[in-house]
Write a protein that binds this ligand. Sequence first.
Ligand code: ATP
Ligand code: MG
Length: 338
Amino acid sequence: MGENMGQTQGNGGALYIKNLRTHFFTRNGVAPAVDDVTISIPRKGIVGVVGESGCGKSVTALSVLRLVSSPGKIVSGSIVLDGEDLVSKSPREMRQIRGNKVSMIFQEPMTSLNPVYTVGKQVVEAMILHQGAGKKEARDRAIEMFKAVGIPEAEKRFGSYPHQLSGGLRQRVMIAMAMVCRPKLMIADEPTTALDVTIEAQILHQMKELERTTDTSIMLITHNMGVVAEICDYVYVMYAGRIMEQANVFDLFDHTMHPYTTGLLNSIPRSGRGGGRLYNIKGMVPSLLNLPEGCRFRPRCEHAAPECGKFEPELYEADRGHWVRCYRYRDCGGGDME
Ligand SMILES: Nc1ncnc2c1ncn2[C@@H]1O[C@H](COP(=O)(O)OP(=O)(O)OP(=O)(O)O)[C@@H](O)[C@H]1O
Ligand SMILES: [Mg+2]
């Protein structure tokens, strides 16, 4: 197999994660949470990373920021941001890069706001620290961004402490903080999952604006294919630490190749109230400590053939910019929605 760089091959992408392996060295064995993952994010692009719970999305993002905690460890691969390999950076250099070049919206927002300062002060400090903005300018821009991400009474909320805000408002503060610093790269890990659909739409719109008006690249992690359809340009589908399919968003939806992707598409939550699932992929994500032989999705796959249990398929460019890890993609793709 040649190098797999999807549609962004060689165009000076802002972030290039190449053959990344991040493993957890647990008492019961080694869990390959991220197992030879290659993801390329172009300048000014929104790239989605999707997959069910536990498939390695957050660990991929945390690897980029070098925030994987013990017993996890980057075992091999490179993470090149703007021409520099982050894997070999010192902790001090990484601190500079985080927040300065890269902003992350974490999946658990409460852990990333400091409880003893007002949210306004935290956003302003971040802008002063990482951007050298003046105090007044920082304050004005921050309040503007609070409004843009749907924080009502933005001026008043500016002086609130994190515990005085609802979870949804705290999450919006985190999103505002990430966006206002105009990073080169923004990694958003399930940024809108906890928010209602109107606010979600507003925030997705703001992200698109950020990408359109600056040269920020966005890596958007989600399990929601509806969100992907809404704003992503290119999509990586992860399963059990592996990329199973990658394509631009139109090809992924219209010419789905991997049965796993088809399953994800069939389980798009109903829009509006409840968000109930129409369908779930049968079976469970395998334990990383006990992966099946051959294709990792085989035990859950309706199309599995004998060869699927023998050797794991490689990621293969089946169409231009459209890669799939499946022997049977010709027979089972097509985005069959029933
Ligand atoms: N501290 C840890 N110790 C051991 N294994 C871990 C640890 N953290 C993560 N893992 C392993 O890494 C895998 C991937 O976790 P990750 O958080 O990246 O999943 P995810 O795709 O972000 O899921 P979700 O949609 O639930 O956020 C997990 O299934 C788990 O096996
Ligand atoms: Mg996660």
